[in-house]
Write a new protein. Structure first.
Length: 168
């Protein structure tokens, strides 16, 4: 059975083959080969649309940034009016959900150095559940750029590949 990641890699490869028919450069396509890095895609803003940088959320939180997929996840940074920062790693979900919030395809993990043993601010938890609801609505979109998704990993795969101390 194919994993989500291998299916998304196949989609990215298919997109690259389509691009080659449309006249893309050989250097852009060379990075899609087996064992090499897939082409960088933009930050996956479409996953949380219509939210964007600066969008206000509940209880004084707002979206500060969303990173490209690096080390198997895209990092959603939230800030609030009290100066608090929340770094939420959006990664693939496989099996039981690991994060405070999740969808069928994604886990949203609050990376606060607490190893899961700190209590999370209730207001922040509600904000993350609202972000997950938006992702749930968008993850089935046909117009989303799947290139970044082909580099996403599950949280366990990320820990195995990079070590928990390097995921912050």
């Amino acid at each position: 059975m194919e994993s989500r990641r291998s299916i998304l890699k196949m989609l990215a490869l298919g997109g690259a083959l389509f691009a080659s028919e449309a006249g893309a450069t050989a250097s852009a396509l060379a990075s899609v080969g087996e064992g090499s890095r897939l082409p960088d895609g933009p930050e996956p803003w479409w996953l949380i649309a219509p939210l964007e940088s600066g969008s206000r959320l509940a209880r004084g939180w707002w979206i500060h940034s969303l990173s490209r997929v690096e080390q198997g996840a895209s990092v959603l940074e939230l800030r609030n009016r009290n100066g608090n920062v929340a770094r939420v790693h959006v990664c693939f979900r496989q099996g039981k959900a690991k994060g405070l919030a999740h969808t069928r395809m994604f886990d949203l993990l609050l990376m606060d150095g607490g190893n899961g043993d700190r209590s999370t601010d209730e207001h922040l938890a509600r904000v993350l559940k609202d972000v997950a609801r938006r992702i749930r609505n968008n993850e089935v979109r046909k117009d989303g750029d799947m290139r970044p998704m082909s580099r996403m990993l599950t949280h366990n795969e990320r820990v195995d590949a990079y070590g928990p101390e390097n995921l912050n």
